[in-house]
Design a protein around this ligand. Sequence first.
Ligand code: FAD
Length: 550
Amino acid sequence: MKSPPVPTRVLVLGGGYVAIWLVRQLRSAVRRGEVELIVVDQHNYHTFHGLVPEMLTGKIQAGQIISPARRLFAPGRFICAGIERIDVAKKEVLLHRALDSAPLTLSYDHLVVNLGSVDDLTRYRGVGEHTLRLKDYFDCVRVRNHLLAMLEFAEAEPDPVERRRLLHFVIAGGNYAGIEVAAELAEFLRSLLKTEYPGLKLEETHITVVHSGERILPELGRRFPRLSEYAADVLRKNGCTIELGQRLASATPSEAILSDGRRLATRTIISCTGAARNPLLDQMPFERDKHGRLLCDAFGRVGGRADVWSAGDCGAVPMKNGETAPPLALYAMQGGATLGRNILRTLQGRSLRPYAFTGMGDCCVLGFGEAVGQLWGVPLKGWFAWLTWRGCMVAYLPTWSKRVRTLLDWITVPLFGRDVTSVSGDAPHMGVTRELYETGQTIVRQGDVGRVMYLIQSGSVEVLATDGRAGEQRLAVLGPGEHFGEIAVLENRQRTATVRAIEPVAVLRISREQTQQLTASFKPFAELTTARRGVNPSEVDSSKRLSTLS
Ligand SMILES: Cc1cc2nc3c(=O)[nH]c(=O)nc-3n(C[C@H](O)[C@H](O)[C@H](O)COP(=O)(O)OP(=O)(O)OC[C@H]3O[C@@H](n4cnc5c(N)ncnc54)[C@H](O)[C@@H]3O)c2cc1C
């Protein structure tokens, strides 16, 4: 008896836009048993970035921007795992399970590398430590919660200076994402303060967009400078400040520092300044373009090989006009469709078809009923642009359930109001995190409640105490390897001193819970935190420790 043919294994690394459109091309071949399709991603959902600004501001429910990977990639097999190593010589990929790093090795006949991009954390000092970003779903949820938390904190804050700091939102990057976030945020503040936060005044809030170029929306502005000016006018009318020709030089917990040295007091910096290539690409022996993307031929093949394919944010596929497809969702979708068709044609021994998409249009939404954009080279603005944008968003959401639910949100949220619950306000205070401070910035303030202690990694700080008669006095200067803030943490009392950076400082911030646990279980740490008062750590109850500074 003749044994059934062995299906060709197509392994897709990354379940992004490329994968979704590739799977659509290969579905029938999978059902016929000709192809064994496997998609691997670290998340079991796909994030739709086009609606992120609306999700951040509660115009749609948070879950509308994600769709379940298992449904998107059926009848292919989906594996939820991290990708660790790609070995094109052995035609193998090593995966790890998030739970316990258990390894899993998969071999392939055809490999599709669709790992997207990652946040560029090298653009300016503090970008990794003190900015909010929008790449992953959890990043977006964090931003959403943070915005609401700032409003909550501001409503309870009696000091007008700190209120303004809490209500100042800085957005780095005047590209599509940055401008849409600024515009939605302006609308969000206008609508929310009236109804939900009567103790806050709109005049106390402020949004600043920092953009390094001469005009915002540079891609659109190159062809249609008037549209870019129109978008800037709409933003300014809605109370936003646009800082052109400026970059963020540094981000800290309480200030955004501009390239001209100005310091903006803020507790919120949202970074929309660009992406870097996925570090996994460094393991591949293939040529890359100047942005670090894998160089592909017009059919999507990498390195002249017939078994490795790429497109989207990590594959530079040439277009008919001589440029490479830009890192945008529409181009990634068309890239996925091209790869799917060409893998199938390779299996059937037919000639391949080149990537033919040259663009359709783009759009930037500027709040309810306002947008700018272009469709096949025709400039659009106002209501018509906005309606076109909404139509495209619904059409490109990857599942019918998300389309219907998003439409329902658009109808019901104006009637019942936005969701204003912030569900993880405490998360940033947990565990050990790194923080950066610039010269003159206060790290802890005398009188504050002590909830964290600090270890100095680099730079130095001064410890200052103020008493009614003597005024402010310097108690100590501390440098790398030293620590402060433990007294208030271990004794559960208010800070006894202020600590200020006297040069740029990097510190590790350790929460009260972690400090207590480390002190109770690790003798050298207990000695460290109690040394200043000469207390024998073994004699001290971990919840009632004594020390001297702050
Ligand atoms: C905030 C934001 C807004 C945007 N807005 C727009 C817009 O309005 N219009 C537009 O056209 N484009 C927009 N983009 C760009 C668009 O999202 C990208 O061009 C598109 O996602 C690229 O698709 P892709 O398939 O190449 O990669 P992605 O969709 O990024 O998919 C890559 C996948 O690889 C997975 N992955 C990566 N590393 C690993 C690993 N080690 N292990 C396992 N899995 C891994 C990731 O989880 C991800 O699912 C936006 C991007 C962002 C961040």
